[in-house]
Design a protein around this ligand. Structure first.
Ligand code: ZN
Length: 232
């Protein structure tokens, strides 16, 4: 059955790729430290960017409030100027006082927010410089690391081409199923049957399933773990 052969090849390719990936992911200590630094800096940048967005949004709200408070104050001041009667004048002054107080209660936090934004922008600029420097250092050492592991890098290229070619022989749904299973089942979507049991989940195959598998007419999957099965 050709489909099973392709799936088995695909599984073998995936196994080799996983091995290479593990070797390439095992960074020496200096590189691992730099990698951690880049990631930590990126995290800080993300957090500060979020804080900056929040502060900017608050500034927008407060700015609108301030514009309104300014208008209210202007109106109150104009009222003071046009009032001639003593009684009304006292009330108008009181109204102006009130509006001035309201404006101050908006403008103070607004000022604080503007200072926060400035501080965040400065911190972000400094972090970005740090990130770029750490990334450059990492890239430089990583290039050397990859050169030392050129066999794996070359092997990965070859395997990825092979994977693409194999997948082209299957339907997109079959390819998707294969990878979904592999991801959910420790990288193993196609497994051998040993002593009448699925070697993926160790559940014994039922008689009829085992018989169908021996017949080799259709693709058989494990009833317990859904992995594709084949006989030794
Ligand atoms: Zn199974």
């Amino acid at each position: 059955m050709e489909q099973l052969t392709i799936l088995r090849d695909l599984q073998a390719t995936l196994d080799y790729l996983a091995t290479i990936q593990r070797e390439l992911a095992a960074l020496p200590p200096d590189l691992a430290t730099l990698d951690a630094k880049v990631k930590a800096t990126e995290k800080q940048i993300a957090e500060k960017t979020k804080a900056l967005d929040t502060a900017r949004a608050q500034i927008q709200v407060k700015s609108k409030e301030l514009t309104q408070a300014q208008k209210d104050e202007d109106r109150a001041r104009a009222a003071v100027k046009t009032t001639s009667q003593k009684l009304q004048y006292t009330a108008a002054i009181r109204e102006l006082d009130e509006k001035e107080r309201l404006k101050a209660s908006v403008s103070k936090p607004l000022k604080a927010l503007e200072i926060t934004v400035q501080a965040l922008e400065q911190a972000l600029a400094a972090l970005e410089i740090e990130r770029v420097a750490a990334q450059a250092q990492f890239d430089e050492l990583h290039a050397i690391f990859l050169e030392e592991h050129s066999n794996q890098v070359e092997g990965r290229k070859v395997l990825l081409v092979k994977q693409t070619k194999l997948q082209a022989k299957l339907t997109p749904a079959e390819v998707a199923r294969f990878h979904r299973l592999a991801n959910a089942r420790q990288g193993r979507a196609v497994v051998i049957v040993e002593n009448g049991a699925c070697s993926g989940c160790n559940v014994k195959l039922r008689g009829p399933i085992f018989f169908q598998l021996k017949e080799g007419k259709t693709l058989i999957t494990c009833e317990s773990c859904q992995r594709t099965l084949f006989l030794p």
